[in-house]
Design a protein. Structure first.
Length: 78
């Protein structure tokens, strides 16, 4: 990424997952390059109904969202 990227503004960015199969697991909600200048702020994931899992918010950071913790917040990445 150069000067382009996810720029959600002050409200942040979120991802949600709704499943009826508790065995469904998403490794991450957002995948971004791991390089200087890539920064995200105020990210959130939600497992709607607590069925299924989002393991990480961004790459391998933050989370999980699942039946125990429906909402995962990540203030800053990296």
């Amino acid at each position: 990424m150069t000067r382009h990227g996810l720029n959600p503004g002050p409200s942040g960015q979120g991802a949600r997952q709704f499943n009826v199969n508790p065995g469904v697991v998403a490794a991450r909600a957002f995948e971004v390059p791991n390089k200087p200048g890539v920064r995200l702020h105020n990210m959130v994931t939600v497992s709607l109904g607590g069925v299924g899992t989002i393991r990480n918010v961004v790459n391998t950071t933050g989370g999980p969202s699942n039946s125990s913790t429906n909402v995962a917040n990540l203030v800053d990445y990296p």
